[in-house]
Write a protein that binds this ligand. Sequence first.
Ligand SMILES: Nc1nc2c(ncn2[C@@H]2O[C@H](COP(=O)(O)OP(=O)(O)OP(=O)(O)O)[C@@H](O)[C@H]2O)c(=O)[nH]1
Length: 951
Amino acid sequence: MEKNFFKASREGDVSGLRSFKKGGGDINIKEKGSMRSALHYAASRGKLPALEWLVAKRADVNAKDALRRTPLHEAAAKGRVKISQILITKGAEVNVKDFAAHETPLHSAAGQGRNGVVELLLAKGGAVNATDEEHQTPLHRSALGGHVRAAQILLSNGSNINIKDKAENAPLHCAAAGDHIEAVKLLLSQGADVFARNKENLSPLDVAGSQSVRKLIRARQKQIDRQIMQHDLLSKDGGVKVNKIKLLVCGDEATGKSTLIGSLCRTGIKAVFTREKHKQTDTEVRSPTAGVDVGNMTVPNAGEFAIFDFAGQAEYYVTHAMLMHAKLGVYVTVYNITDDAETQTQQLQRWLRMIKAGNADPSVSPKVVLVGSHGDKIDKQKGMSRAAALLRSMRGQFRHQLDISTETFVLDCVVSQSPDMDRLRKHLACLKQEVLKDQPQLPKLCSEIVRKVPGWCKNNLGGGAPVLRWPEYVQAVKEIDPLVKEDFLLKSTEYLNDIAEILLVKTTSSDPIVVLTPPWLCGYVFGPLLAPENFPIDHIERESDDHVTFREISRVFSRTVSPKILVSILREFQICHTFDGQDFIFPSLLRRLPPLKEIWKPTKSEPVVYFGSQVACKDATDSFSPDFFPRLQTDLLKEHPGTFPVKPAIWKDGMIFTDGKSEGLIAMSQGNMACNIVVRNPSGYREYCYYLLERIQRKLSKVLEESSPGTSVVERVLSSRALREHRDTFYSYDRKAVQESARENGSLSHPDLQWSERVYDLVVSQEGPNKHTFQLVAKQLRSTEWRELGRELGLSDSKLDRVQKDYSGDLRETVYRMLTMWEEEADCSCSVGREKLSKALVTVNRRDIADELMCDESEADPELVQPDTLQKVAESLQLQDCRRLGRALGLTDAQLDGIEHRYPHNLAEQQYQILVAWRQQAGSAAYRDSLASALKDIGRLDVAEEIQEEE
Ligand SMILES: Nc1nc2c(ncn2[C@@H]2O[C@H](COP(=O)(O)OP(=O)(O)OP(=O)(O)O)[C@@H](O)[C@H]2O)c(=O)[nH]1
């Protein structure tokens, strides 16, 4: 009878199977000896109806035969896709290993070139790099069998191309030994190591089975040899001798920068001619510089410079700030000697602050030369003494940050041949020598890139714009050196950026951007884009609401570059933002903030809470780079509709937004020397204010660090009461003073305000209701798990990418921020949130953490202390109670020291943390009674009674 049953399964005879079952037979019965089940036979022979009948009758899909092979092994080896699919759907283990060779179904399918099954298994979680007894992967198997398509599928699913088996053979060894020429070609084209050696020290060439395979491998070896030689050569110094630096000429409008540059670079007859010409054109309309004029020029006796002529119009400062850094450069700051002293001081201070703000390396002081123009319009002696006084004052103010030349220059910038102009040329030559001292020669790769740039531009590589995103650029450079390493390329490109051959722009939101021809971006794009209306160039016109339309961008630029590409570049530069691809907001072109009372109205609801912080320039030499605020704005605008469900309203120097729970205002004040962030929650929820405030602060620090690396700032706390009263001015307290007062009586008063404020009202709590829970999860989650958890919680991949980018390298912080992001989005109260989180943890196989969270759960028992009770107790305690209470609650001195150490200047926080530590330690025994009795022990009967009376 059993024999008939197995025969029926082999032949696909469903009625035979049925009658066996009817007769009381066990359909999972195994054949003697082979131990195969009926399902093994049906799967192996492809008897679909029989197999369907068997699985419908609950035949064991993971039945193992004498070699521990399952029906899925059988189906996979025979390439039966449909059957494999049914087996998997019914619970067949995808990565099960057999006994004889430890092979998985994927090994079986790959080894037989069963492409459909290979695809299916990979889609169902088949381990692409699983190893068998010989340590071979499915790729080894497909290479051995010469199954090219299977190998291709495996490689595109992440199979390791150079993985070695027990005998240290790589898949290439297997394909070469088997004389599988197409498989060899595939592996070579995908980067297989052609020099790999096995245990016997044999390379793929040594084991190759035929002349044609040997030829193929040899050709590849030669190609690699050539590439290595070329790569070594290109990586060596000595390619380009650096004899050029940047000359960055800045100063206010019409001070004479372009005139000075022209005269500096001219000599002899030509110069005299220019003077004559100038005289004739004195009455003509002047044509100011648009954006930045960039070009290589030779200054007689000083050699070549990459000259940046920065337009003086304020509209351009935003983009100037992005171009003002120079590792190898000298700044010439021009002012008009005939202007009054106050104007001169203000102008110079502004430019010098900008130079300082852009300097990321505090160990190097940028070299600056001050030049007074219009020397011909003032008595020489008088001019020199004015200039000397100004120089003394600037050197004094910026002594720690800038290396301002001691030489005084007052010039007639129109005249190119004069002793003073010669003196300036000589001075620039000396400075250039100093800058280039110890400068190594550039790698040869740099000169090769420079040689290739015109071709890349001609071939329309950037889609019309001479701008390449990093991956495109790497690809292009690989034409020169296919082995180029990205970090080496980045370094080489930084060198080229230093001498302005190309521009390397590092942005917050994406990979670096490489501008192949700097004049294109600096003059051609920035010029018309931000040009004031009186420019004799085709400029962009703004439409309603200060927006620029796509049509308008197309009108000005479409002749030479695709407006779409241009717009995407501008967005990556954080110069503009668009919500719909049609209207573009250039924050720097907007109107100034109207009086606050018109746009930031008091809220009617009573429990409203306000908090604010201020980031202010540290001293008179500091400023926010002009690109700081527009970049912060574009960064924040990107968060609509994510974090900000309503479109934020923005002005040149301010912004209003809401995350749906709290509202926020950012406004520059004190002549752009301070940035204020205000948040308020109309329902009085402090922790929601905290999230929003913290989020904005984090963004602000990041943008500040990128745009103004040389700027020093101090953080202050805004007076909450002044904010609540909607005063016109922002009143702030020194953050240190706030911390100190927290230690004393917990309140402080502002010298200009007639009241005192509690620290509790000024500083928003850093303890969100779920903070402890999140920390617990963040501490334990592995790098392979957090994304899955994020997805389970409903966060999109793009959001997960963003947190990963923001906190790259810090897993704990990444997980913590991911969870706070979820919490903000999901609007989850403490208990609901924890339940959802626990469920998601179980789904990602971290039941252990979920259990821990549930133990941590206190809401279940009303007698357990709630987080807000801890907050209340902490606030009611005297500072001297702090440690005593800790001891009374059973905390050790080491624990208390640890808390003190973590919050050295914040006694209020220490108190709270002591209570939190007790609650964590006591867990499900953190009863209100226990806390009350500890409070009684230290003589705080009043507080003890208060918490016992709580519902
Ligand atoms: N007499 C005299 N005229 C000067 C001197 N320097 C500049 N000028 C004139 O001042 C005007 C403005 O000079 P520009 O060189 O265009 O000024 P700029 O600083 O480049 O101006 P922007 O491009 O707007 O930033 C021109 O008409 C020059 O001829 C000077 O030293 N003496």
